[in-house]
Ligand binder design. Structure first.
Ligand code: ASP
Length: 441
């Protein structure tokens, strides 16, 4: 069995966290490959090394003295190395980096967070260090060159005898220019590695025990989700329940490798397993999770005999496209339809958009409704149960929550409800209490 274990920023934020990582890696011989983020926050108000490096880079760009910031970063690493008694000459190496920093690219500078963290971790775990610049190969458009990357990673596996520590978040082009993934991209490195070496499991170690079935700021102690499908996870993350960098799922999903989310601070908690399909025996549970966001705007357009006129929706949508506004949902009726967008995306342009629609689409009526919240009720079993939506609407009706919009995702794994911002938390509470709270996981 081959496991890739990726540890996020908070899991490697201090010497104490390094110790936990060692215990986790030592507890299972199958954990052969360790991917690390840069040291992250030790507590809520702390700084992530990546943020400090970004800031240092900005100082350099604007010719402001970056030395105090660089010393702050150095201290973080020195503290870890000293406390763990590591031999890696961290102070010296960091000074070397600082002294030439002005000649380095921003990507290179920012990538050093994971680079130094991985150097320390490799020594502490007594495993070889593999530089991501040598094995994670990017195309010039910032996408991963899987063919070259797989070949390089296989070489590294051979060279190291099949165990190593790899820094996340960066790689390089064939010419050797450092490139970065999006923020949180250490998750993507782990997924690329798992895929290229055909791992059996991709473990993602973080500071929460997996996905929760509802936001803990709204529901006290929501139940954890032990198993979830990739599609369900996409729906929940999109609506705000994010644990993993979204793009990390694609490489492993294609190769059918499950992702296991685990908590470094509570390694015995089962966490969440994300895989392509769930097992049949789980059929009894109706709702996997509930997530939502506030502040959407609906632009409602009415045009008599629209059903006989071709192109009304296309013309309307192209106006939004012109303003660079991404569309969330388009509920349609016979002679009317709505376009639902994020309120912040149309904050300055809503009047201009409405004017353009008036002129180019000539609707009979157009209404703008704002302060809408969208709630996604996600469950792979929803499609198998007749009457599920009726029951959901029932509990909302009893609680006096007015449903302003309903749509269903095309794979029927989620029902999306629009309610007033003011009803948002109450709607989630009554649905959670009505369904998720008593169901088995
Ligand atoms: N260190 C990077 C960040 O803070 C990448 C990661 O943590 O995965 O975004």
């Amino acid at each position: 069995m081959i496991k890739v274990a990726k540890f996020g920023g908070s899991s490697v934020a201090s010497a104490e966290q390094f110790r936990k990582v060692k215990n986790i890696v030592r507890a299972d011989r199958d954990r052969r490959y360790v991917v690390v983020s840069a040291a992250g926050k030790r507590e809520k108000d702390d700084n992530k090394v990546t943020d400090l490096l970004l800031l240092a880079n900005a100082h350099i760009q604007y010719h402001v003295d970056a030395r105090p910031l660089l010393s702050q970063i150095e201290e973080r690493f020195v503290e870890i190395a000293d406390e763990l008694g590591l031999k890696y000459p961290i102070a010296e190496k960091f000074e070397e980096f600082s002294s030439v920093i002005e000649s380095l690219s921003p990507e290179y500078i920012v990538s050093r967070g994971e680079w130094f963290t991985a150097q320390l971790m490799a020594e502490y775990l007594d495993l070889p260090f593999v530089d991501a610049a040598d094995v994670i190969i990017f195309h010039h458009d910032n996408t991963v060159d899987f063919e070259r990357t797989a070949a390089k990673l296989k070489e590294a596996v051979q060279r190291t005898g099949g165990r190593f520590v790899l820094p996340g978040f960066y790689g390089s082009t064939v010419e050797g220019t450092i490139k970065l993934f999006k923020r949180g991209g250490g998750d993507i490195t782990g997924a690329v590695l798992a895929r290229c070496i055909n791992a059996n499991v991709y473990e993602n170690w973080t500071d929460v025990s997996g996905f929760l079935s509802a936001d803990p700021r709204i529901i006290d102690n929501p139940r954890a989700i032990h198993r979830i499908t990739f599609d369900e996870m996409r729906e929940l993350s999109y609506m705000g329940a994010s644990v993993l960098q979204e793009e990390a799922i694609f490489p492993v999903r294609e190769a059918n490798i499950p992702i296991q989310i685990k908590n470094t601070n509570d390694p015995d908690a089962p966490g969440t397993v994300i895989r392509e399909t769930a097992e049949e025996r789980e059929v009894e549970h109706l709702i996997t999770g509930i997530a939502g966001r506030r502040d959407f705007t609906s632009i409602h357009i009415e045009k008599a005999h629209m059903s006989n006129e071709v192109g009304v929706i296309r013309r309307t949508l192209s106006i939004f496209e012109r303003y660079g506004v991404s569309i969330e949902h388009i509920p349609t009726g016979v002679d009317s339809f709505g376009v639902i967008v994020n309120s912040k995306d149309v904050k300055d342009s809503i009047y201009a958009i409405v004017n353009d629609i008036r002129r180019e689409v000539e609707p009979d009526d157009i209404t703008v409704i704002d302060k809408l919240a969208l709630i996604s009720v996600v469950g792979r079993n929803l499609r198998r149960r007749a009457g599920s939506s009726g029951r959901i609407f029932g509990v909302l009706g009893e609680a006096g929550v007015n449903i302003r919009m309903i749509t269903q995702s095309s794979q029927e794994i989620s029902i999306i409800l629009g309610v007033n911002n003011d009803d948002f938390e109450r709607a989630i509470r009554v649905m959670y209490d009505g369904f998720a709270a008593h169901e088995k996981v």
